[in-house]
Unconditional design. Structure first.
Lengths: 113, 113
């Protein structure tokens, strides 16, 4: 079945460091890929989405792309700030799975000031 | 207003007793979802309503029930709580469509003793 693998459980950075989080996906359909962010005490919210391979999505200084050849997609930010401390989830919706959004296990980002 | 509201924020239940969680949204979204989130695991889709039609995931089919008396309101019902039901329960809503954003509530943390 469809799956999303997110290996990095916890990442600690200092302000102005570079952030890179990677996910891999598996599906027999055509995927739309998402990054959701969850701040403390809140529910997940959409950060950005990518619907076409090799195209970039961007929002709030974050960028995401996906590589159809390696079935991977990643989130990056050039210079993180303390306010970016949150849990980041990659997620996939496949064309053959209707409304189902499949999530990764999440990466907890802590940015030290 | 893009708010999804969940009540209560924390819920304590006894093993073998029923549990009812409540969610509401005012965005006139036709689809509402319930996810279960346990530590170090990905959010797991339990069921969703598209309009008045309930769709339950195969592996949780018998464990959870739901009702949607109107477009704005959706509940999640556990007939007999077990220790394994302790988790964060996230409600979300969206418009129909594979690329539509899910809007999440802040969740209800259920502890079963």
């Amino acid at each position: 079945g469809d799956s999303v693998i997110q290996m990095q459980g916890q990442v600690t950075l200092s302000e102005n460091d570079f952030l890179f989080i990677n996910c891999t996906y598996s599906t027999t359909g055509y995927p739309t890929l998402f990054w959701y962010v969850q701040y403390s005490g809140e529910g997940p919210q959409l950060l950005l989405q990518v619907t076409t391979a090799n195209n970039k999505g961007s929002s709030r200084g974050f960028e995401a792309t996906y590589d159809k050849g390696t079935t991977s997609f990643h989130l990056q930010k050039t210079s993180v700030q303390e306010i970016d401390s949150a849990v980041y989830y990659c997620a996939m919706r496949a064309s053959n799975m209707g409304y189902k959004l499949t999530f990764g296990t999440g990466t907890s980002l802590l940015v030290d000031p | 207003d893009t708010t999804v509201k969940q009540n209560p924020r924390y819920k304590l239940a006894r093993v073998g007793k029923p549990v009812n969680l409540i969610c509401s949204q005012t965005m006139n979204h036709d689809t509402m979802y319930w996810y279960q989130k346990k530590p170090n695991q990905a959010p797991k889709l339990l069921l969703f309503y598209y309009d008045k039609i309930l769709n339950r995931e195969a592996d949780t089919f018998e464990k959870f029930q739901s009702s949607r008396p109107n477009n704005s309101f959706c509940s999640l019902y556990i007939g007999s709580a077990g220790l394994e039901y302790s988790a964060m329960y996230l409600c979300a809503s969206s418009r129909a469509g594979s690329a539509e954003t899910l809007y999440f509530g802040s969740g209800t943390r259920l502890t079963v003793l």
